[in-house]
Design a protein around this ligand. Sequence first.
Ligand code: FES
Length: 121
Amino acid sequence: MPTRVTVCKGCCCGNVEKGNSEVPIDFLKNSWKENDIGKQVKLTISGCLGPCSMNNVCLLTTEEGRIWLGELHELTHYSALVDWACNVARNEGNTELPEILVSHRFEPKKTTTDLPTIDFN
Ligand code: FES
């Protein structure tokens, strides 16, 4: 199973009309292209993943399991996601989170299994 970064852009995550932070989709897509990591780490933009109150949410799926990240409000959080994906692409065994993302980890009570998703690579 390839490593996957699933970025939520559903009813709450990225919904600025609800007062939530934007999800920088173009930045993520361009970063994946520029770093040419799409084969090793899939980038997926999804509909609601379930734990809306933690917006903005992202799910990292690796050989070792799932890592949920929430309250991603700044570009630095998404830059750290790109760094993580590059690190995984170059060094498959290492899925350690960048320091800035460690405190954003959470375990959701509610998740969606049937996800409307768009793959970008
Ligand atoms: S909209 Fe992202 S978890 Fe619901």
